[in-house]
Design a protein around this ligand. Structure first.
Ligand code: SF4
Length: 444
């Protein structure tokens, strides 16, 4: 197939087959057993063979041929620059709530790239709309059993979905769900609620339509996340969008909760979950932990606060000592949306003698939001709030504020630049264990 580029290696895992064979960072895989992989999915499929004949392009442009014999389930231990080695499938919609269009102008072009690629959905759980797939890609999804995929449904009524995605091809979602059902493939769905467009009766219709696909041993629609639309000050003028108010959040919570009761009776699962943000906007208590079952929509902010609190108390019981040998003080940055919910964590950390943690619950001036979730805070927001302050032993920075796999905020400011400007150390913490271990680490 045209446009397939060699897959450039960025990491070789220690003690792996690739390390043993002598692969180097910068080498690129051209083909495996005569086939050029289009993406990581092809690569993983091809590597399932026991004998691999690999064509490798080194950094100087020289081709090498490597033969490897291995167990079929053993991974080579390579990581690549990208997951897709041909062209990324790009979005052909014009959703008024698109976060990419709600960014400030003048940033580097990659920040404005709108992907809508089923391969990233399968590999990483990113949401896609199914409006841009030619027949051969549908066939590949079926042939390679690429399931589950994560689909932005938003509305099942054709005219409402067309209005939201601003794309006439968006009206085929019910037929597409029938296709998944027929092929015994699954999706997880999301509905971004835009007040005045797909809320109220449209939301009810959408959730009932989606529930009609939650049947059989392999339900075509496995779960739904209901998410409030997020708006920034850079949104286009006359975008016909209305922000979600606390009243709207309260109303939507009540509406979805009543449907959840029906779904639980019928399917023995909640099936459609409300993102944590609804409760934060409404100022309501989050649902209890057991309501989230096995957290099928955790990456969409459904239950992430409850899970974080639960994991924290488990890890704290195991890792937090009663006192520290030498005292220290940290500054922990979170979005102001979670300020109240995270108080138990703050209290538990500060109960350790010698450990002081000050929470900075910020909103985002950068995006123009009064209430902000942690993942949307930017370097600009931290500078604005913390510059000139005594930041003691340093900052505890949740990794969800950074772009995936990079040490750069959404506004392109790097962690290093921020640390320099704030004249302090910044510790990026991913998850509860790292948060606790960083708090109690020996001081350098
Ligand atoms: S489908 Fe996603 S990327 Fe495309 S316009 Fe809509 S929100 Fe933006």
């Amino acid at each position: 197939m045209a446009n397939i580029r060699p897959a450039v290696i960025t990491k070789i895992l220690p003690d792996s087959i690739a390390a043993e064979v002598g692969f180097e960072v910068g080498d690129a895989i051209v083909s495996i057993n005569g086939t050029r992989p289009r993406d990581l999915i092809d690569y993983q499929f091809l590597c399932a063979d026991e004998i691999l004949k690999i064509e490798v392009l080194d950094a100087t442009g020289k081709i090498h041929h490597v033969e490897i014999e291995k167990d079929c389930d053993r991974d080579l231990g390579l990581e690549f620059e990208t997951a897709v080695f041909d062209n990324l499938i790009q979005c052909n919609n014009h959703c008024p709530f698109c976060f990419i269009d709600q960014q400030p102008p003048g940033k580097r072009s990659s920040l404005y790239l709108k992907d809508d690629d089923y391969r990233l959905s399968f590999l990483y759980g990113s949401y896609l709309t199914l409006t841009n797939l030619p027949e051969r890609e549908w066939q590949r999804i079926d042939k390679m059993r690429l399931s589950p995929l994560y689909v932005s449904v938003h509305a099942t009524e054709p005219e409402v979905r067309i209005r939201l995605l601003k794309n006439p091809r968006a009206g085929q979602i019910l037929q597409q769900l029938q296709w998944f059902q027929k092929k015994r493939l699954q999706i997880h769905a999301q509905v971004v609620v835009c007040p005045g467009i797909n809320d109220g009766e449209h939301l009810e219709r959408t959730l009932r339509d989606l529930a009609s696909f939650h049947t059989g041993k392999v339900p075509a629609v496995a779960s739904v996340a209901v998410v409030p639309v997020g708006l920034t000050k850079f949104r286009p003028q006359q975008d016909e969008l209305i922000p979600v108010t606390p009243e709207k959040a309260t109303e939507t919570i009540a509406q979805v909760r009543s449907l959840q009761q029906e779904f639980r009776r019928k399917f023995h699962t909640t099936f459609a979950w409300l993102a944590d943000e609804w409760f934060l906007i409404a100022g309501e208590e989050l649902p209890p932990e057991e309501e989230y079952e096995d957290y099928p929509q955790i990456d969409n902010g459904v239950g992430s606060i409850r899970l974080f609190l639960k994991k924290f108390s488990q890890a704290a019981a195991e890792l937090l000592p009663p006192k520290l040998k030498s005292p220290r003080k940290w500054h922990w940055i979170v979005g102001n949306a979670v300020e109240k919910a995270f108080q138990p964590i703050l209290e538990r950390l500060n109960s350790v003698a010698g450990l002081q943690v000050e929470m900075h619950a910020l909103n985002s001036h950068y995006w123009g939001q009064n209430i902000t979730v942690t993942g949307l805070l930017t370097g600009h927001d931290l500078l604005l709030n913390l510059q000139g302050q005594n930041l003691d032993n340093g900052i505890l920075l949740p990794s969800i504020m950074l772009k995936h796999g990079e040490s750069v905020f959404l506004d392109d400011i790097s962690v290093e630049e921020l640390a320099r400007k704030l004249k302090t150390q910044i510790f990026v913490v991913a998850g509860v264990e790292e948060l606790i271990k960083t708090c109690i680490q020996p001081l350098g």
